[in-house]
Design a protein around this ligand. Sequence first.
Ligand SMILES: [Ca+2]
Ligand SMILES: [Ca+2]
Length: 396
Amino acid sequence: MSLSRPTLLAALCGSLALAACGGSDNDRPFATLDGKQPLVIGHRGAAGYLPDHTLEGYRKAIAMGADFIEPDLVATKDGELIARHEPNITATTDVSTRPEFAARKTTRMVDGVAETGWFATDFTLAEIKTLRAIQPLSDRDQSFNGQYQIPTLREVLDLAKAEGTKVGRTIGVYPETKHPTYHEDNNLKLEDRLLAILAEYGYTKKDSPVILQSFETANLKYLRTRTNLRLIQLVDGDDYDFKTGAVTFAAPFDRPYDWTRAGRTELFGSMVTPAGLAEIAKYADGVGPWKPYIVPVKGSFDASGKMQDVNGDGAVNYADASSSTPTTLVADAHKLGLMVHTWTFRNEAKRLAADYKGDPKAEYLQFFRLGVDGLFSDFSDTAVAARQTYLKELGR
Ligand SMILES: [Ca+2]
Ligand SMILES: [Ca+2]
């Protein structure tokens, strides 16, 4: 087997302190903070192919080349951490079809919003284990519904280790603490539970293959006092203003919910200003902004102010907007030593801006060229293929 040039160089550089190891004259550097290639993070596993947050989905993401897999974490009634996108498990499991749990249907407040359905907080882990996962997006493959269990964090960590050994790569795990304030209100605080489990696996250090993320701030600040693991401050928004390209804000996606609780009135957008980033740099290792904070998308409008149906499908929406001049967010964050991990990359034409012309790789390439340090993708195979193209572009 002959080594490819980058592999050979990496092998040499591993054993010798060569001055040239920063890259040869032909290798253009990555624009990332650490100069390494950007990470591909399997968003909720392989959400484009299999139901979110299942061992099968995470395994598929790893097989497709993801560097990290992403479990969102919520707590069960008995304090176990499981991988689900929300405490409300109505849309992502078959719980609504189970007569034995019919009486468990209830209304709960999540981040100030009344939600009706079934909540992980009201189920023991043993009960959760009787449920099966459902694909929540109706336009995605429904044929795997009802087949897969809801995994615990430990099962996800075990899978990452086992599959990593199989593929010969270290597979990172990128847990998100979901709705920390909600869990605190329900006496199921996530953070110490999370750190205790990670410690069982030896994941306590800055270079451990684990990154923690949250949309709230107080829990990240608390985590900073308890762990050296890398922390990412996620930055959300509600919607797009296609006229200006600005992100718009409406509850509960207007600000971190712990800010709302504390009576703070700043919006998520304040976090990606230089001052906001400097504040984040005090407790986190990076920032995880929604994509339009980096590349705004704008529609084209006629004289009467009506947005144009660019793709002519009769509807006016995201797929009719085009990417516009990038912001300085990546450079601003890098100046402060913050990584930038952005989300979410999806293949479907209706989830791509018009100027990518149906080619999801074009979107990845734009963000790779801007120097993002990682991105969350529902289709890790496409992300990895786009990264290969980017590597070639840099002569690597
Ligand atoms: Ca997530
Ligand atoms: Ca259209």
